[in-house]
Design a binder for this molecule. Structure first.
Ligand code: GDP
Ligand code: IMO
Ligand code: MG
Length: 426
């Protein structure tokens, strides 16, 4: 595997952190390529339990870790994450931050909050980490990049220009106090001093590694159904969590990607607003939430729960070019008497097998289900597919068939070793 992309297939939180941590054992470099600290990747291994927002989940293995150009970085969050890892005895000297990555600034966070408030009943349910406004500035060519921190005079000039526009918005449109140029400047100069040793030309670093035949994992953030083009727009995020986003967000050309591992939960979850055709608003949904402790890693919000949606999964496999699937949280379903998978939608009295572009249409889609009997026993100790109860084997295989991509891996617990390989992985 010169390059293996590991991407979320649903609405995020599929267990990418766990799988990347596991797979990093066989890699040389792990690169995050999208999003920012809206991501929350949980890793549980011999060193403890970690919730990573910016640092790649490969950091616990003997690999180099890169925060790619496609990530928007809040330096305060990154610095506290590095400190947390160091305290736990994790070596962060092997971390590199792209000089091309954009920065999340205090005005992005304030704007995220004000924009959400002004949407009132139509709020997107963002993580309020300033992610949308930071990507908007990037596209609008008003962003400040990591490399700008290295030239303080130039940085001040860019900051003054960007802040002037934002302060006009704050005072004239939103009626709040302007932010202080000097305060932000001084604070970011301190961050710059701390982060300077990590700042690298990561495009060259990755290119040289690939030349030497090194193995690279692209670590996705978010999930395909939050993609700005293909997700439930506008209820999604602002950068592409897809495999293609992995190329743009790291500088690795598409022809280097050999395999794409799509991560899916054995059911669906979503935090934030927007349509979710298989959502369970009943006792079954609450039961799954309670068993799985489905609360957001970044915001602590309760996650919405639904049955596995194979229509969305098929779409996700296709737009990501997935070559293998990992099904996580299978153990969460241990005590369910029966299970369902959505195989099609019913829209305006007609059966459809595609994921509609319009959120209004998606809201009206009624899931068509296939039912399965549960296995009614714990599987957290199982390590071989043939040792799973037959009902669990059938359920996993059927997910692969319906999604149109083979399942290579099933996870039956949150820690690194709770993994069942159906096939050798890469
Ligand atoms: P990510 O954003 O895709 O990395 O996923 P999160 O870390 O936000 O959420 C996934 C949650 O599921 C975390 O609490 C993980 O510890 C947990 N998890 C991952 N795989 C499994 C599994 O197979 N079984 C159980 N019970 N929990 C899992
Ligand atoms: P990981 O990498 C789940 C969701 C938010 C909201 C929408 C927009 O842990 O899977 P944003 O702050 O990005 O503008 O919010 O996207 N969202 C996520 N949901 N997991 C994530 O990341 C998410 N990152 C963003 O909840 O609905
Ligand atoms: Mg998460």
């Amino acid at each position: 595997m010169p390059v293996l992309a590991i991407v979320g297939g649903q609405w995020g939180d599929e267990g990418k952190g766990k799988v990347v941590d596991q797979m990093s054992e066989n890699a040389d470099i792990v690169v995050r390529f999208s999003g920012g600290d809206n991501a929350g990747h949980t890793v549980i291994n011999r060193l403890g339990e970690f919730k990573l927002h910016l640092v790649p989940a490969g950091i616990f293995s003997d690999v180099s870790c890169v925060i790619g150009n496609g990530v928007v970085i809040n330096p305060a969050v990154l610095i506290s994450e590095i400190a947390m890892l160091n305290k736990a005895g994790v070596n962060t000297a092997k971390l590199a931050i792209s000089d091309r990555a954009h920065l999340v600034m205090p005005y992005h966070i304030l704007l995220d909050e004000l924009e959400e408030k002004s949407r009132a009943g139509k709020a997107l349910g963002t993580t309020k980490r300033g992610i949308g406004p930071a990507f908007a500035d990037k596209t609008n060519r008003l962003g400040i990049r990591v490399c700008d921190l290295l030239d303080k005079a130039d940085f001040k000039e860019r900051l003054a220009m960007a802040l002037e526009a934002k302060n006009t918005l704050f005072t004239k449109i939103y009626g709040v106090e302007p932010l202080s140029l000097d305060e932000i400047y001084n604070q970011y100069c301190e961050y710059a001093d701390y982060l300077t040793p990590f700042i690298k030309n990561t495009v060259s670093l990755l290119d040289e590694a690939l030349e030497q035949g090194k193995k690279v994992i692209m670590e996705g953030a978010q999930g395909a159904l939050l993609d700005p083009d293909f997700g439930t727009y506008p209820y999604g995020t602002s950068s592409s969590p897809l495999t293609a986003g992995g190329c743009l967000g790291s500088g690795i050309a598409p022809n280097h990607i050999e395999s794409v591992l799509g991560i899916f939960k054995a059911y669906c979850t979503r935090v934030g607003n927007g349509p979710m055709p298989t959502e369970l608003m009943d006792a079954t949904g609450q039961k799954i939430r309670d068993i799985a402790h489905e609360y957001g890693t970044t915001t602590g919000r309760p996650r919405r729960i639904g049955w596995f949606d194979a229509v969305a999964a098929r779409f996700s496999c296709r737009i990501n070019g997935m070559t293998a699937l990992a099904i996580t949280r299978l153990d969460v379903l241990d005590s369910m008497e029966s299970l369902k998978i959505c195989t099609a939608y019913e829209l305006n009295g007609k059966k459809i097998d595609y994921f509609p572009a319009s959120v209004a249409e998606l809201e009206r889609c009624k899931p068509v289900y296939e039912e399965f009997s549960g296995w009614g026993m714990p599987i957290t100790h199982v390590r071989r597919f043939e040792d799973l109860p037959l009902q669990a084997q059938t359920f996993v295989k059927r997910i692969g068939e319906l999604a149109g991509c083979e399942v290579y891996m099933a996870c039956c617990g949150p820690s690194r070793e709770q993994v069942i390989h159906l096939k050798p992985l890469f």
